[in-house]
Ligand binder design. Structure first.
Ligand code: GMT
Length: 374
């Protein structure tokens, strides 16, 4: 099929997922066109079936805010028309579902019929989307999509609770490409570059937004390192990074905590790590946790949103209430203090990712695209 993918091209989970999906679809023989304001960070042009179309914004003195939806929907019309796209798959509803609806209407005017699939990712529903500023337009454009998917049961339920939804919402979990976390990577993985033999490594990856509670990450690690020789890798960047760095100073953890910034080499970093910390306030799925599990990390997380669908308590890691730092530290210590226990959790985590494998999830999206035409 010929598929247009619209997403945020950044390090956030929805952009990462959309990019991985597009690349996998192209590998399977589909023609994929990314339509966004920058080249997605994880996009590599290894296939001639992958295309990128930049949405360009024009400066104009009158605009305090540039009308991105207008530019995006015009670009969608242009690309659908020129490349005969059959489906526009938009990731993150704001403003993509709305722009896709407008593009679809403009195309009908030209006698061209394109289908719109909207995938809800989380904060587009739980944090920003349900705000009165966006709710009316968002609810309308979700209901006008041909197919709607959510990345977890929890997000599906939140959407039905927060909006008046007339469409069926299918749950299609986020996926992982196991090949990127294969044993060959482990061979390359030189732990000694980062930690001594007896030290454990903990990792956190996020966009350092308040919802990620990055200070909790530091506080959990502070408790852990009192009992277990260990290091913490903080990967990513965002508004709360400075606060997290200040807390590291205050707790005299310099040298034990390494801030690595944004990285598109997540698999390489995770191969060093034993435990992944995700104490989020809310998390529709927790793609970073799934990536960590694929790299054999046990997960210490909160029980918010869709996290219990990914992290199975007592098997792949543990779940705690939001803000319960003591419990999360206690659980991390339980997992880390004994080699046999740690190995068991790591192995379980890796095995559990099989239900989120590319081979399982990709056909679900392909079936949804086909269903649009039934
Ligand atoms: O978590 C973020 O801040 C990024 C955000 C995004 O939209 O890029 O992630 C959301 O979508 C991911 C992919 O589906 C999910 O794995 C994340 O759990 C979800 N984030 C939240 O719900 C906070």
């Amino acid at each position: 099929m010929k598929i247009g993918i619209v997403c945020y091209p950044t390090f956030g989970g929805s952009g990462v997922m959309a990019t991985e999906l597009g690349m996998a679809l192209a590998d399977k023989g589909h023609e994929v066109h990314f339509i966004t304001y920058n080249q997605p960070v994880r996009l590599d042009f290894i296939s001639h079936r992958l295309h990128f179309h930049e949405v360009v914004l024009e400066e104009y003195p009158l605009f305090q805010y540039q009308p991105y939806e207008l530019a995006l929907s015009s670009k969608m019309v242009e690309v659908v028309e020129k490349h005969h796209l059959e489906v526009l798959h938009v990731h993150y509803a704001i403003p993509h579902a709305y722009a896709a609806y407008m593009a679809k209407k403009m195309l009908i005017n030209k006698g061209i019929h394109v289908k719109v699939v909207t995938t809800l990712h989380g904060t587009d529903i739980t944090l920003v989307g349900s705000h009165p500023t966006y709710k009316t337009a968002l609810e309308f454009s979700i209901n006008k999509s041909d197919e709607v998917t959510a990345v977890s049961n929890s997000l599906r339920e939140d959407t039905l609770r927060l909006f008046n939804i007339e469409k069926d919402i299918k749950v299609v979990y986020n996926f992982i490409d196991g090949k990127k976390y294969s044993n060959e990577n482990e061979v390359e993985c030189k732990r000694s570059a980062l930690a001594n033999k007896e030290e454990r490594i903990l990792t956190h990856i996020s966009n350092f937004r308040p919802v990620k509670r990055t200070e909790d990450v530091i506080k959990i690690f502070f408790e852990v390192q009192k009992e277990i020789p260990s290091k913490l890798l903080m990967v990513g960047d965002g508004p709360e990074r400075l606060k997290a760095e200040n807390l590291v100073n205050k707790l005299n953890l310099d040298g034990r905590v390494l801030f690595l910034g944004n990285s598109d080499e997540v698999a390489k970093i995770l191969c060093f790590s034993d435990v992944f910390l995700l104490p989020s306030e809310t998390e529709s799925f927790g793609l970073a946790a799934l990536e960590a599990m694929a790299a054999k990390n046990a997960i210490i997380s909160t029980n918010s949103g869709g996290l219990p669908e990914v992290n199975i308590s007592g098997k792949t890691g543990f779940l705690s209430n939001v803000g319960d730092i003591k419990d999360m530290a206690k659980n991390a210590i339980k997992v880390l203090k004994n080699d046999t226990v740690l190995d068991e959790f790591k192995q379980n985590a890796k095995e559990h990712t099989s239900i989120f494998s590319l081979d399982t999830i990709l056909p679900q999206y392909e079936a949804i695209y086909k269903k649009c035409y039934r």
